[in-house]
Design a protein around this ligand. Structure first.
Ligand SMILES: [Fe+2]
Ligand SMILES: [Fe+2]
Length: 170
């Protein structure tokens, strides 16, 4: 999709990275009907999941809620802001739970019950978060392009860089 603003393209890059990780986790859980050994590709997928979910919660959601959504509320886009914020509230605990379960498995492996629980949490997270990202990709990025002038875009993408805290991504 076409992203015409710097801010939109930064968010878009985050979205694509997150979808990548979620799809890898989905495929991994489908490949293993019973608890896999936490090594090799399984280990790598869990590490990426733990890292990405914490980053998503701590800075991406935070940036959207603290910097972007207030601008849209001021422009009268309350409906979109309320809907996306509600989705964040539903996804955030799932993302943290998935990250915690992944971290625990990285430290101590999976037992069958723990594996089933992880698969359930991951499946719900994948479904909700991919749907949320698709909505933002369709609505939010277009709204950013329509509502931000170049100066506001520059200020916002700078705020994003500050929120990211110098960690330039992979
Ligand atoms: Fe969001
Ligand atoms: Fe987003």
């Amino acid at each position: 999709m076409l992203t015409q603003t710097r801010t939109g393209s930064l968010l878009h890059q985050d979205h694509m990275r997150t979808i990548d990780v979620l799809q890898a986790i989905q495929e991994m859980t489908h490949r293993h009907p019973s608890a896999p050994a936490v090594e090799g590709a399984v280990r790598a997928d869990l590490e990426r999941l733990a890292d990405t979910m914490r980053a998503e919660v701590e800075r991406h959601f935070g940036f959207e809620e603290n910097h972007l959504f207030p601008l849209f509320s001021k422009q009268g886009e309350m409906g979109m802001v309320v809907m996306l914020t509600h989705e964040h509230r539903a996804i955030l605990p799932l993302a943290l739970e998935a990250a915690d379960l992944a971290a625990a498995a990285l430290a101590g492996g999976f037992e069958e019950t723990g594996w089933r629980n992880f698969r359930d949490v991951a499946a719900e997270l994948v479904e909700r978060e991919i749907f949320h990202i698709q909505k933002e990709e369709m609505g939010l990025l277009a709204a950013i392009a329509a509502l931000l002038d170049p100066a506001a875009d520059a200020a916002l993408s700078e705020a994003y860089r500050m929120a990211v805290g110098g960690e330039a991504g992979e």
